[in-house]
Design a protein around this ligand. Structure first.
Ligand code: SF4
Length: 321
């Protein structure tokens, strides 16, 4: 790490104490940001942390915008700032409130489940939200024959294969471009090269990658599995920030990325300089606002998801197999 970077980190740490700022960073952030964060996790873990922000005067959320919006909903009295307001998730952009409304007209009386990777506006049109780990159980909890689902068609396909429910994509083109970089041949090659490695794929990966992996789950589940498993080697099919973090936390284990080019450009828009700017200047443009009408609905659909049993991995086998 350069001395400039270290100096910047020290400045941020000092100022965040003075400002009583809580810094939350997603697993895909660069290590330098993860190091100055109070908490690092997946989108749901960070949303839950933001709900525990009593005693802080501000939250700085280093993740994409829909995540910061969730924090703003769950922490209505503490202002939430995003270091780069242009950090938007392209997967979330595949559907919006209008496209959900249109789909509901096409399929009246059909419940709508959306993945947490959606804007606040889109969530306002849904019956319940889900995470990658809870999607199957959330869909089944509705007791419906047919469910409208979006925006991730890869996750939708996973749910389709693991339930008897008819899953209709709100937009069948919806994909995370980062996880869609992975393909089956990459995984088979690494599995052949490292036969003892446990392969863990994120549910946003193409379905054939998920099916060839030993486990499927969110970044939070990956962190837990690597920490608790006796296995010494893991093939990780998700964004590189997570790979770096796992390797740093577990120097005794070998973390192999499925593809080193899997980098989310939107997550990487945040920098230490931008975090410092928020702390120094509290720019209005970086303040995350959620329409007042949508916040109670979002809290309701989140609560509905939380009531559904099980937030674990979508598919799991023992580390020995
Ligand atoms: S990794 Fe994919 S889903 Fe996550 S923020 Fe980037 S584009 Fe969106």
């Amino acid at each position: 790490m350069s001395s400039d970077c270290k100096a910047l980190q020290e400045k941020i740490i000092k100022l965040k104490k003075e400002r009583k700022a809580l810094i939350l960073a997603h697993n895909y952030q660069i290590i330098e940001i993860q190091e100055i964060a109070d908490y690092v996790g997946d989108s749901l873990q960070l949303a839950r942390k933001s709900a525990e922000s009593r005693g802080y005067d501000m939250i700085i959320f280093a993740g994409v915008r829909f995540m910061a919006e969730m924090a703003a909903v769950l922490s209505p009295t503490v202002p939430v700032y995003i270091p780069d307001p242009g950090a938007l998730c392209p997967l979330a952009a595949y559907i919006d409130a209008e496209s959900v409304r249109k789909k509901k007209e096409e399929y009246p009386d059909t419940p709508v489940v959306v993945y947490v990777n959606t804007t606040a506006d889109t969530k306002t049109e849904t019956d319940v939200i889900c995470t990658s780990g809870s999607a199957v159980e959330v869909v089944e909890s509705l007791g419906a024959d047919t469910v409208l689902f979006g925006p991730d068609a890869n996750l939708a396909e996973y749910v389709r294969r693991h339930t008897d429910v008819n899953i209709i994509d709100i937009d069948s083109r919806g994909r995370c471009y980062v996880h869609n970089m992975f393909d089956l041949s990459m995984l088979l090659e690494l599995k052949e090269k490292y036969p003892d490695a446990v392969a863990i794929a994120h549910p946003e990966c193409p379905i054939e990658v998920q099916e060839a992996a030993d486990m499927v789950g969110s970044t939070g589940m990956m962190a837990k599995t690597v920490a608790e498993s006796d296995a010494k080697m893991f093939i990780i099919a998700t964004e590189m920030g997570m790979v770096h973090q796992l390797q740093k936390q577990h120097p005794d284990k070998t973390i192999i990325p499925l593809y080193e080019g899997a980098i989310c450009r939107q997550m990487k828009k945040h920098t230490l300089e931008k975090i410092l700017d928020v702390l120094e200047n509290l720019p209005e443009a970086n303040l995350v606002k959620v329409p007042e009408y949508s916040a109670p609905h979002i809290r309701g659909v989140l609560e509905r998801m939380n009531k559904v049993k099980g937030q674990g991995p979508a598919k799991a086998v023992s580390a020995e197999s």
